[in-house]
Design a protein around this ligand. Structure first.
Ligand SMILES: C=CC1=C(C)c2cc3[nH]c(cc4nc(cc5[nH]c(cc1n2)c(C)c5CCC(=O)O)C(CCC(=O)O)=C4C)c(C)c3C=C
Ligand SMILES: [Fe+2]
Ligand SMILES: [Fe+2]
Length: 356
């Protein structure tokens, strides 16, 4: 019996693999029209200028990590673990590929590899639980262009988001629970503990233009809090990593750290929009915000690790992949025009899952 060959393409942002790569990586990021929303003729100049300005602080951050981002290695680990979780179906052969948006392997490299594997079908699976035009939307555009350039076309399902998937919520809640219990065990009984769900921020103008990301971050948090089932849990959502001078969505993670100092509560920070460790968890959350919390006298500062290849998370990702493939294109996956139905305002995937 011949097997159906399904290629799963994991999208992530990518990160520099050496200090020399930092500036071109940042240039790729800031000249992306999904990120820098200015008229086309200004973008190459302004994007290069912002990348140049950002290079020094970014180099300092990556120096703490040995001069490079760990994101590719961790994403490759997730790809291999997901393949193992999906193996064993006699009728289907799955193979996972990685396509990064701003550094190698780019979509065109991944598309060539996928084409050479001769799949019958492709599933585009973003490693972003929440949809944003700046992340998943941009990756889908780059993938489409790469496939067009090499004349590659097979039936493709594009999953837009899985912000409230019960497996994702349960796996994340289990990680939170472990860190929560460990933090509680080291804190004096009279020191309260608050969980901060910290997500990457976005310029407010992008959300006002209809990006569903903030709404989906709120849904993810609600799903994890529900799965945690801790009575009277003190928690808040906040946004980190602001890198441009415009107004970004808030409250910022820094503002929440100041509030915790004022309220004399310890903090457990849980990344809610990243499923891998990288500079924004290992440097920004652990080092920069850890130092801020210490300086302001927050009585305890702890962090939930990102999912990486956590077994329960990989099982959830395998379920998400099967659900998306099994539903044709009905489950919050794109059909035809590369846009989630209803502008994600009430994304059917998250809504159906929450109601279930
Ligand atoms: C306007 C700028 C940016 C927007 C909007 C943005 C959205 C966004 N990004 C992620 C996830 C990641 N971002 C990462 C790095 C990174 N992001 C920006 C800027 C914007 N991101 C910059 C300048 C950088 C480089 C690092 C730095 O200079 O501080 C990464 C990877 C980092 C690594 O270490 O590999 C991820 C992952 C999300 C989820 C998101 C919006 C929803
Ligand atoms: Fe980012
Ligand atoms: Fe959606």
């Amino acid at each position: 019996m011949s097997q159906r060959r399904i290629a799963i393409v994991l999208f992530n942002l990518g990160g520099p693999d050496s200090p020399e790569a930092v500036r071109p990586f940042l240039t790729n990021l800031f000249t992306d029209p999904a990120i820098l929303r200015v008229p086309g003729f200004i973008r190459p100049f302004l994007g290069r200028y912002i990348a140049w300005k950002r290079t020094k602080p970014a180099l300092e951050n990556y120096a703490i990590l040995g001069g490079k981002s760990p994101l590719l290695e961790l994403t490759e680990g997730q790809a291999r673990a997901l393949e193992a979780a999906l193996a064993g179906d006699p009728g289907t052969a799955f193979r996972c590929f990685v396509a990064m948006r701003y550094w190698h392997p780019f979509s065109d490299e991944a598309a060539r590899e996928v084409k050479a594997w001769l799949p019958d079908e492709v599933l585009l699976l973003p490693l972003y639980p929440q949809y944003s035009t700046t992340t998943t939307g941009s990756s889908v555009t780059a993938w489409d262009e790469a496939c067009r350039a090499i004349g590659f076309s097979v039936p493709t399902t594009t999953l837009c988001c899985w912000h409230s998937h019960p497996g994702f919520a349960a796996a994340t809640a289990a990680l939170v629970r472990r860190s929560y219990d460990a933090a509680r065990a080291t804190l004096p009984a009279d020191v309260p503990l608050r969980i901060l769900f910290s997500a990457h921020g976005l310029p407010e103008s992008i959300v006002k233009a209809g990006d569903p990301y903030q709404w989906q971050v709120e849904r993810s948090t609600a799903a994890v809090v529900e799965a945690l089932a801790i009575d009277g849990l003190d928690h808040a959502i906040c946004y980190q990593s602001r890198v441009t001078p415009e107004v970004w969505i808030g409250p910022s993670t820094e503002a929440e750290i100041e509030r915790a100092a004022h309220d004399k509560v310890a903090l457990l920070v849980c990344p809610i929009a990243f499923v891998s460790e990288h500079s924004e968890t290992l440097v920004e959350l652990d080092v920069e915000y850890g130092e801020l919390a210490h300086k302001l006298g927050v009585p305890g500062y702890f962090r939930v690790p990102a999912q990486n290849s956590d077994p329960a998370f990989i099982v959830a990702l395998a379920d998400i992949a099967r659900d998306a493939l099994g539903s044709g294109r009905a489950l919050c996956s794109f059909a035809g025009p590369r846009q989630c139905p209803k502008q994600h305002g009430d994304c059917p995937h998250g809504a159906a899952r929450i109601a279930a």
